[in-house]
Write a protein that binds this ligand. Structure first.
Ligand code: PEP
Ligand code: MG
Length: 593
């Protein structure tokens, strides 16, 4: 492109507030976009073996599939797979790839991708339609081999160049868990919603994030600089001098506003009329604890234990966990810590679960369901938590409970573990509080029964909204339906609070709505006792609580409970929120500059 590149403005959904300026870095592993990097000459043989292993696994897989189809009498399908096998067995392709790796000293995937592209070109030139349609087979084979190659190489966000704005098709929670805050300025993705676990992790790390952006192939745009506005969902490629200046100033303003808010650390989370709220933190990593203390968090309301281990190859041992939990509990200096047992599954797979393919993982063997199956893993986590309870105020929280039998089974495993440890003279707290997450509609509707068996309830609105409205929380195409203001969700929250009160146990909200000041009055008005939010959002939510009157909030909740649509409720919340000082707005992703 000659001369200065043109400024390009793209729009997406704001996920994590903040303004970033950096250089684009493409991180993805789709068929269209495979990372290319150089390898050392000593690594050549290993790269070649990786290719051979991936090819062999792909061939075995196709052979198995073919046998299955033959057994089922699906001859046409079996014949297609046979042609796939022939292509994979083509010695000229394998030889060429191996030669290229040796010659160019590039990683296998990029060489493989180039070979596939060459194949594609050949096919495109064929005029016969039937033959041309075989292109789809090439794509299928390429996808299969690349999937196996991906498993054998570990491409991480831990070591991207400094000052990078990461562009990706989508990010897995384990990707964001590995992301290095020092070098990553922002994330821009094509997929992923606000409550996806990758987004939660980005928020924990304070990395501005804009999702649902339809970005061009960056290679075709000469782009050295990009601005990401995570407050409004703007992404600007090749900004002009004046745009750059404007955003540098905005970034300074935002930092100053946040610093001012952050000084509320020693103030109480208390409404204007003296109603005290427990304001705790959702924690995924150790380095959030300093912030929690600095901003005066009342404890850890939700420790997502699985995040510490998402990037490992196997479940951690009891001892490993015991040390992690003790360190966390001791660091909390007597403040309560709620440890949630592993919530693996859904979009949280990491390396632990790579092989567990399910068609619909969000409705599959996730969280407590998985732990009740993997009994030894569950018991070793419970043992580690029970032992850590000797060092501070620890509670256990079970995720994704869908009804009383699951809760009772989990409690009975816990009891078994406690008795075993007692028999072996381990020290532990006399009483360990047990909580149940309410994030499945069936649990919300039967929470009268669950509340009788628990010491506290914790509402996971991220999942509760998704499961109530039958909307995938990470699917941008459906995000217009993913609405925490849907009357069904508000009424469920009210029901849960009423049952909590009837049974004399507190109710926490720990989903992302708790961190959004637009919802603070409503949640307090509905009678929620505790809010648990990412540490970074403690000052913002504390300020929102301090601007709320509990009398007004109760009236607001009553009015809202009588409303019939998400839209009506959203408008009522916005009217209430706009009474608060505008300094909160930009930080709450409502920047009006
Ligand atoms: C929730 O679902 O609201 C919740 C807090 O759990 P997670 O986001 O980890 O699924
Ligand atoms: Mg959840």
């Amino acid at each position: 492109m000659a001369g200065r590149s043109k400024e390009i403005r793209l729009k997406g959904s704001p996920i994590c507030a903040g303004i970033a300026i950096g250089k684009p870095y493409l991180f993805s592993f789709t068929q269209e976009n495979v990372p290319e990097f150089s390898i050392a000459s000593e690594e050549v043989e290993e790269e070649i073996s990786r290719y051979r292993r991936a090819l062999l696994r792909s061939k075995n897989e196709v052979q198995q599939l073919k046998k299955q189809l033959e057994y089922e009498g699906a001859w046409e399908g079996a014949a297609i797979l046979d042609s796939h096998l022939q292509i994979m067995q083509d010695p000229s392709m394998t030889t060429k790839i191996e030669q290229e790796i040796r010659l160019t000293l590039k990683n296998t995937e990029s060489i493989f991708q180039a070979a596939i592209k060459a194949y594609e070109l050949k096919f495109k030139k064929i005029t016969d339609k039937v033959f041309r349609e075989r292109l789809i087979d090439i794509h299928d084979i390429a996808r299969r081999i690349l999937r196996y190659l991906r498993e054998s190489v570990h491409i991480t966000l831990a070591d991207v160049p400094s000052n990078s704005v990461v562009f990706a098709h989508e990010l897995a929670p384990s990707d964001t868990a590995e992301a290095n805050r020092q070098s990553i300025e922002a994330f821009v993705t094509q997929n992923g919603g606000e409550t996806s676990h990758a987004a939660i992790m980005a928020k924990a790390k304070g990395i501005p994030f804009v999702a649902s952006v339809n970005f061009p192939v960056l290679d075709s745009v000469k782009c050295n600089c990009v601005i990401v506005d995570g407050c409004r969902g703007d992404v600007i490629l090749n900004p002009t001098k004046s745009t750059l200046l404007k955003y540098k100033q905005l970034r300074e303003q935002l930092i100053t506003q946040f610093d001012t808010l952050a000084q509320t650390g020693n103030l109480e989370a208390e409404t204007i009329d003296g109603y005290k709220v427990r304001l705790s933190a959702n924690v995924e990593m150790f380095n959030e604890l300093d912030m929690l203390h600095e901003y005066g968090g009342n404890g850890i309301g939700l420790f997502r234990s699985e995040y510490l281990f998402l990037t490992q190859d196997s479940f951690p041992s009891e001892e490993e966990q015991y040390h992690v939990y003790c360190r966390m509990v001791e660091n909390m200096r007597g403040l309560p810590v709620v440890i949630r047992t592993f919530d693996i599954g859904g979009d949280k797979f990491g390396k632990l679960q790579r092989t567990r393919g399910e068609d619909n993982p969000f409705l599959g063997c996730r969280a407590i369901r998985l732990m009740l199956k993997e009994r030894e893993t569950f018991k070793s986590q419970l043992r580690a938590i029970v032992r850590a309870s000797a060092h501070g105020d620890v509670s256990i929280l079970f995720p994704m409970v869908s009804g009383l039998p699951e809760l009772m089974e989990a409690k009975s495993v816990l009891k078994e573990v406690q008795e075993e440890l007692r028999r072996n003279d381990f020290v532990m707290a006399d009483k360990l509080k047990v909580g149940c997450m309410i994030e499945v509609p069936s649990a919300a509707i039967t929470c009268d029964a669950l509340a009788k068996e628990c010491d506290f309830l914790s509402i996971g609105t991220n999942d509760l909204v998704g499961y109530s409205l039958a909307v995938d929380r990470g699917n941008p195409a459906m995000s217009y339906l993913y609405s925490p203001t849907h009357p069904s969700v508000i009424r469920l929250i009210k029901m849960i609070v009423v049952e909590g009160n009837r049974n004399g146990i507190p109710v926490t909200v720990c989903g992302e709505v708790a961190a959004d000041p637009r919802y603070t009055s409503l949640l307090l008005g509905l009678g929620v006792h505790e809010l648990s939010v990412a540490s970074r959002y403690l000052p913002l939510v504390k300020q929102a609580i301090r601007y709320t009157s509990i009398v007004d909030a109760s009236q607001l909740a009553e009015d809202i409970l009588a409303m019939a649509t998400a839209q009506e409720i959203q408008e009522a919340l916005m009217r209430k929120y706009e009474e608060q000082p505008s300094s909160l707005h930009a930080l709450a992703r409502k920047g009006n500059y």
